[in-house]
Ligand binder design. Structure first.
Ligand SMILES: [Zn+2]
Length: 179
């Protein structure tokens, strides 16, 4: 079956930066609903559209087509006593960017000092060119429910469990903090 609108695609991947430093070894394959549901980067969908199981490719994606340029305005220093304890590097908080619009931003703690904490609202992969080694291992038709929800269910897919329906990061390209 070829990759097309409303197919569920399973891809083994390895993610490196443009200098070939490994970022994620893709121990778990990426599984996504194809067809502009923003489950993965548009450039990846573009590359895989019309392809079949066994297709393999290395794709370099520039920051503007991945997680954007690094924005120094999203870096902020907070008084430590304004944040919950214990606090450590890598923790994430939702907050508002100063002078930004009303979109909440996920801030990652990047430095902790005695009385100050540095928070970075950039995506961990912002400003980086990304190199994906992709290998398609499965393609199947999506179920009606998956199409209605706009994401994959089942193994490796979206688990409805008792977590609330995640609106933003849920099934995007795996983008957990890279610790
Ligand atoms: Zn769902």
């Amino acid at each position: 079956m070829k990759i097309a609108q409303n197919t569920v695609v399973t891809v083994n991947y390895k993610l490196s930066d443009a200098q070939n430093n490994l970022i994620e070894d893709g121990a778990q394959p990426m599984v996504y609903l194809h067809g502009g549901y923003e489950n993965t980067l548009p450039k990846i969908e573009e590359e895989l559209d019309g392809k079949d199981v066994g297709y393999a490719s290395t794709l370099q994606i520039e920051p503007e087509d991945a997680f954007g340029d690094y924005d120094p305005n999203l870096l902020k220093v907070e008084e430590r006593n304004r944040l919950p304890e214990p606090i450590e590097v890598g923790m994430q908080f939702e907050g508002m960017a100063e002078g930004g619009d009303d979109e909440p931003v996920i801030f990652t703690v990047t430095e902790v000092a005695d009385d100050k904490v540095v928070l970075d609202g950039n995506h961990p992969l912002a400003g980086m060119a990304l190199r994906f080694e992709l290998s398609v291992i499965d393609v199947r038709a999506a179920t009606e429910e998956e199409i209605a929800h706009g994401h994959v269910h089942g193994a490796h897919g979206h688990d409805h469990g008792d977590a609330p329906e995640d609106s933003e990061e849920g099934d995007h390209f795996r983008s957990q903090p890279l610790q």
